[in-house]
Write a protein that binds this ligand. Sequence first.
Ligand code: GAL
Length: 662
Amino acid sequence: MKHYQFGVDYYPEHWPKERWAADASMMREMGIQIVRMAEFSWEKFEPAEGEFHFEDLDAAIDILAQEGIDVILGTPSAAPPAWIVERDPDIQPTDWTMRRRHFGGRHHDCQSHPAYRTHIRRYVTAFAAHYAVNPHVVGWQIDNELGNSHGDLCFCEHCEKRFRAWLREKYGTVAELNRAWGTAFWSQGYGSFEQVHAPRVTVTGINPSQELDWKRFTSDLVCEFHQMQADILRAAAPEKFITHNLMGFCSKPSYYDLGKQLDFASHDQYPGGHFHARHDEYRADWHAAELDFIRAVKQQSFWIMEQQSGITGWEILGRAPKPNQIPLWAMQCVAHGADTIVFFRWRSCAMGTEQYWHGILPHNGVPGRYHREISAFMKKYAPLLKELHGSVPKADVAILRSYDQERAFDIQPHHPNHRYMQHVATYYKALHRANVPVDFVGEHHDFTPYRVLIAPLQFLMTSEHAAKLRAYVEQGGHLVLTWRSGVKDGTNLCYTEGAVPCLVDDMCGLALAEYDCLRDTDGLVRWDGVEYPCTQWCDVVDTTTAESLATYAHEFYAGTPAITCNQHGKGKVYYVGTTMGDALADRFISCLCEGAAIGGLLDTPHGVEVTHRMAGGRKYLFVLNHKEVPQQVKIPETWHTWDGAVWEGTLAPLGMQVFVEL
Ligand code: GAL
């Protein structure tokens, strides 16, 4: 596959044809080599059933090709046209209250609906056949951000029918389903699969086992919806790649599963998103975590398919990116393993919902600051991206990101403010502050390359998973488990035998005695005489063989262990019984890293991020200042600036420097 460094998302159908040649030539001058198009343009290309008009798209591809620019085409199944909706109105999805969502936005589709699938098959088959032979079309994106806007969709009869088939396949008999879902409670027993519904709005809380299976089913549905299109595209054009623009920690479909269908993962990165309430909040660590997670999807380098290139906004706008902030955001993606950066979008659109989601060019098409900054960035760093292609960082620490645990906590957060990913991020952020590289892993990945595995909130503990964790520790791994581990089986029923954390209590060297949900109060943990705040939850444990590292300093359980460590086999198991504040997390991570002989890449002031990628036997180091003030950084003598610049010891506000270790 040809390598690309920079691209842009382009919507020629929003502009007069006379402008296309000027756009293409400006793109080439900037250094753009690839353009993504067509993912929302079904109505233009098939204005009536079976009447295909790809002439305009052909013309746009030709114009780009004349400038040496290649193309990725999107299938448009996120925006079915009005004529399809008129013919088959019930392809419009229904939410959990059985309220229909209508035409006029996007994602107004039910992914199960047989008629909608027929429309998609017809379109994608014609589209694939038409472009299979075009050498300038090098790859496909199927739909757009699958899972986005479908969070609570769809609950129609077609989705329920598929859900029942999925349950039948999983459980075989309705008796087994009744057992697995614990339907003895509130008289919920089913006499047949036909009686089972999607978890529609109820009068009171819904059966958590039913909800968990529904979430698993909808993830599989999204993947199967993608697979249906991927099969058509691969059969027509086996040499073209398939990717998808993922959304970081979005949890509707499992990206581990979706990733199996992709040649490489892509991600949409909008660090200054208008949807954030506080724009002054430090979020570079969260963005870093999302990028590290996207690398985990296929355990390889990835693309950014949409990189913020101006102010974001729909009805409400975000802040203007500060001078040099867009290049800094783009470099952060490279620093975590992106090979190619595709900027969203070429030109701010004059029409529709996204009029204020600004592009490289403003509405009038005259280049301004964003264009200047992005051009300079591309020109300077294209050679660096070439050198780095395909490389990834090396990490000794892995964090387990589990879709199943997240689903289970979405259903039962316990504490009203508890969110699975935010809890996982407590650990990530502390490692990030210490500049310790991190990989994310799923349950299916190999844990053995990592000296440390942090596995927060292992609420659902199956015997297979427990055995895998056990083997990891016995062979010398350092494992971190936390509160609400080993509480339930894989169907979301509580264990009724043994000590929590069930199946791993001996490894942890402790048993849960009781617990306290902190609700509207915070707690305190004492470690070596220093008191640190903790929140949300406190496990009260009886240790058997575990050593207490820190104790609670509040409530009736003051003096009992809050954080423990137990030697098991050749390894260790740490148990953290509470949600740590930043200071406590820093203390814990430093103890954990010391125990596993892991050091950070560099000591830096807060807001200066350091990452690395290993390429061609060399280590490339990225030092990024996310703060709007100059920051001093002491760089080891073995590090040399990649661009040959003299290093003066200070990073400018929102400045960056790349080093190579010799
Ligand atoms: C992304 C999406 C794009 C565009 C952009 C700005 O989530 O993939 O199509 O909508 O946001 O809103």
